[in-house]
Design a binder for this molecule. Structure first.
Ligand SMILES: [Zn+2]
Length: 298
């Protein structure tokens, strides 16, 4: 936790541990000009602060130190603008080996912001690339591991990717000669930011008059007709669909190879709306896949 007192310690630790000499010089310049604290000999024991801690400490420092404002306020505005724009993994990775220290800083912090989507490219730079950017790539990977574990590990399947409509799981950062680091992200695309948190069940809706996904009070209802492909759900709600459409959905479920979902189908509840007229055969097929099938009455 960064507060009004410990931000200088965080920045001094960053100064102590960074391998980037030009960046260390900038930190030293801003911190020593206002005589803000002193480097603590315990720095070496505490280790390097995480990228998120450095960013929070810089923001706290802007409120309290004129010299820090002078060096960092425009630069943090630039970081914020870059975060609001399209985040390009390729550009951010190239920035890691840029000649200017601030572009290297931007590269590190933007890749951390991108999170799980950047892991594959970072692994390549960290363990297969040239020496440029290797150290930074490893550090960003470590920070992604710590950050996603802290945010998502307690209930990974409750964090749903808005692109894939699939929950998160434990994934691995491949370190060829050492034990792998874990991180958490979408089971399908590894996304680890701006996920939807569901506190209630996730419903697959079969309604051929509409499409899309709604998210209210932790309840996600996603219409199968949007993509006609499977995603995570705990409950099936058929409000309007033909026999053929329902059968196609059930065939997909039968052929599903996703282990997380496969084990859940036999316990799932399927509700058929009172207005939806399905044949006895279609209802029999639904019974063969899901635990409970019930038709609501008017
Ligand atoms: Zn995804």
């Amino acid at each position: 936790m960064i507060d009004s007192r410990n931000w200088p310690d965080i920045l001094w630790r960053e100064w102590h541990h960074t391998q980037d000499e030009a960046y260390a010089k900038q930190l030293h310049f801003a911190l020593s000009k206002d005589n803000i604290g002193q480097p603590d000999p315990a720095d070496t024991i505490q280790g390097r602060p995480l990228l998120s801690e450095v960013e929070a400490a810089l923001r706290q420092g802007l409120r309290q130190s004129a010299s820090l404002r002078k060096v960092w306020s425009g630069r943090l505005e630039r970081l914020d603008r870059a975060k609001d724009e399209y985040l390009s993994v390729g550009q951010a990775v190239r920035d890691l080996s840029h000649v200017h220290w601030f572009r290297r800083f931007l590269g590190r912090h933007l890749l951390f912001e991108i999170g799980g989507h950047a892991v594959e490219v970072l692994e390549d730079v960290a363990y297969n690339g040239s020496s440029y950017g290797q150290e930074d790539a490893r550090w960003v990977l470590y920070c992604i591991s710590i950050d996603t574990t802290a945010r998502l590990a307690a209930e990974p399947d409750r964090w749903v990717c808005p692109d894939c409509w699939v929950g998160c799981e434990q994934l691995w950062i491949d370190r060829p000669w050492r034990s792998d680091w874990q991180f958490y992200g979408c089971r399908n695309c590894r996304r680890s930011r701006e996920l939807l948190h569901r506190s209630q069940e996730m419903v697959v809706l079969l309604d051929n008059r509409s499409s899309g996904l709604s998210y209210n009070d932790g309840l996600i209802r996603a219409n199968w007709f949007t993509r006609r492909a499977l995603f995570d759900f705990d409950h099936i709600e058929i409000t309007q669909a033909t026999d053929e459409e329902v059968e196609r959905f059930v065939v997909q479920v039968g052929n599903d190879t996703d282990p997380w979902r496969r084990s859940r189908y036999p316990q799932m509840r399927c509700t058929i709306g009172a207005d939806c007229q399905l044949s006895t055969n279609t209802i029999r097929i639904l019974h063969s896949r899901f635990g409970w099938v019930e038709q609501t009455t008017l």
